[in-house]
Design a protein around this ligand. Structure first.
Ligand code: SAH
Ligand code: SF4
Ligand code: F3S
Length: 446
């Protein structure tokens, strides 16, 4: 098979990881990967459905591709979360779609494309992964040459009432630690200096076997995995996302013990109101959450904390929203991702009346954003004069003279690129705090 495939990815890091995996399988089957949507024989969109706007993007892109390719229409496939959720309806709603590939069918993508190329219409696969399926992606096939994503758990069993992910990704399935560790060692040997252990909820990690965790202590398997990961000697290890209810203090102990476990925790609160948290079925109260935060703040290393908040959940009153602003003030986040509630069909919250008006959602969004900016100014100002280790990732889009990357505490840091190339780790002294980034001078790089 010598057809070419153009693969475009939306959504979270799990989709990026899945696309890498799909690309490996495609190359293995003899397909060529191309960056040109104009010439590719096959166009695949790896999609996200977390909010309405994200889900809609694929339809916009399909329309654009159709206009671009009026002369010679390619095979168009939809994979990822929208594919899993919409299934065969996609063929009816979007007649250009020839192929629907669910979230667990990545490994079968070459065969499915082959069938479509052979003229079969409406090719669809929404089945589970095969038992024998391998998760690993070779170091040579990564999207970024400098930061690699390593999935440790996929799916979600939490069923927060607003969220579509458990339906699109299925139940939690953890990967054996031995495989994760082997992949990390390969990435380390290949020259990667930073990896992210990824999953919808990394700290719900629960592998079927002990393999790879032997000798590593901790109360939860995730803590033991963190220690096993640290022992690989990979220079910088980050992990995301952590689920508050399953956040055990042991995670903080592991970060304290191992310099290469980066000092950053993403712990989404979603709301500060107990009433709303209950309606969201998050399984934690504001006090439980703040208790986890206190453990993180009391650590011997300063650990950066970031979070997600949803504003305008059905029934959220002004008083509820005040509880959220109060929590945000109390924590003093390093960064906050704010979302307006978006009704997802099929979730329990979709049966509730989406009664907070768009304008109120916007008001709350903006108020929270302003609040966070003032908090962030103080947090960022405190970095001025301090040294931080930054992995240089790419030239800055804002200035030709600068390069940009992330610190170990996962802040964007820009600095002059004269003496540093992408892929190097620079010691940077922070000279200036911007709204969402730091600026600094290079002391050394290696
Ligand atoms: N597993 C992670 C989050 C995955 S989705 C967790 O539990 O924290 C990423 C973020 O999208 C969520 O944290 C939430 O803030 C937001 N989100 C999910 N569903 C949403 C919806 N229906 N409307 C608005 N935001 C949503
Ligand atoms: Fe969605 Fe909740 Fe699962 Fe996160 S934990 S993916 S918000 S259901
Ligand atoms: Fe989106 Fe699916 Fe990820 S809905 S956020 S791509 S798990």
């Amino acid at each position: 098979m010598s057809a070419t495939v153009y693969l475009e990815t939306f959504g979270c890091q799990m989709n990026v990881a899945d696309s890498e995996r799909a690309a490996v399988r495609l190359r293995g089957a003899g397909f060529g990967l191309t960056n040109s949507a104009e010439t590719a024989d096959v166009i695949i969109f790896n999609t996200c459905s977390v909010r309405e706007r994200a889900a809609h993007k694929v339809f916009t892109r399909i329309g654009e591709v159709r206009r671009l390719r009026l002369a010679k229409e390619p095979i168009v496939g939809v994979m990822g979360c929208v594919a899993q959720l919409e299934g065969g309806d996609l063929f009816n709603n979007s007649p250009s779609v020839d192929l629907v590939v669910g979230t667990r069918a990545t490994d079968r993508l070459p065969t499915l494309i082959g069938r479509a190329l052979n003229g079969e219409q409406r090719v669809i696969d929404l089945d589970e992964r095969a038992e024998t399926e391998k998760w690993d992606v070779p170091a040579t096939a990564r999207t970024s040459k400098y930061v690699a994503f390593v999935p440790i758990i996929e799916g979600c069993n939490k069923f927060c009432t607003y969220c579509i992910v458990p339906y699109s990704r299925g139940r939690e399935q953890s990967r054996p630690a031995s495989e994760i560790v082997a992949e990390m060692k390969e990435l380390r040997d290949y020259g990667y200096r930073e990896i992210h252990l990824i999953g919808q909820n990394v700290n719900s990690y629960r592998p079927k076997t002990e393999a790879g965790l032997e000798g590593f202590t901790g109360v939860t398997p995730f803590c033991r995995l963190l220690r096993a990961a640290a022992a690989t000697g990979m220079e910088r290890i980050k992990f995301t996302t952590s689920f508050p209810r399953d956040f055990h203090p042991d995670i903080v102990a592991a970060i304290e013990d191992h310099e290469n476990l980066c000092e950053w925790v993403h712990l989404p609160a979603q709301s500060g109101s107990n009433r709303v948290l209950r309606a969201m079925r998050r399984g934690h109260t504001a006090a439980d959450y703040l208790c986890r935060i206190a453990t993180i703040k009391n650590a011997r290393r300063r650990i950066a904390i970031t979070s997600d908040i949803i504003v305008g959940f059905p029934g959220e009153t002004d008083a509820d929203f005040r509880e959220t602003t109060r929590l945000v003030k109390q924590v003093g986040y390093d960064a906050l991702y704010i979302f307006k509630y978006s009704e997802r069909s099929g979730t329990p919250a979709a049966r509730l009346d989406d009664d907070v008006s768009q304008s109120t959602k916007t008001d709350r969004f903006l108020e929270l954003e302003n609040l966070q900016q003032s908090i962030q100014r103080k947090v960022y100002d405190a970095y001025v004069g301090r040294e931080t280790r930054v992995l240089a990732e790419r030239n800055s889009t804002k200035s030709n003279d600068d390069i940009t990357g992330h610190s170990t505490c996962h802040k964007v840091v820009n600095f002059p690129r004269a003496f540093v190339r992408a892929g190097q780790v620079a010691t940077v002294r922070v000279t200036e705090a911007k709204v969402n980034s730091l600026y600094g001078e290079v002391l050394s790089a290696n």
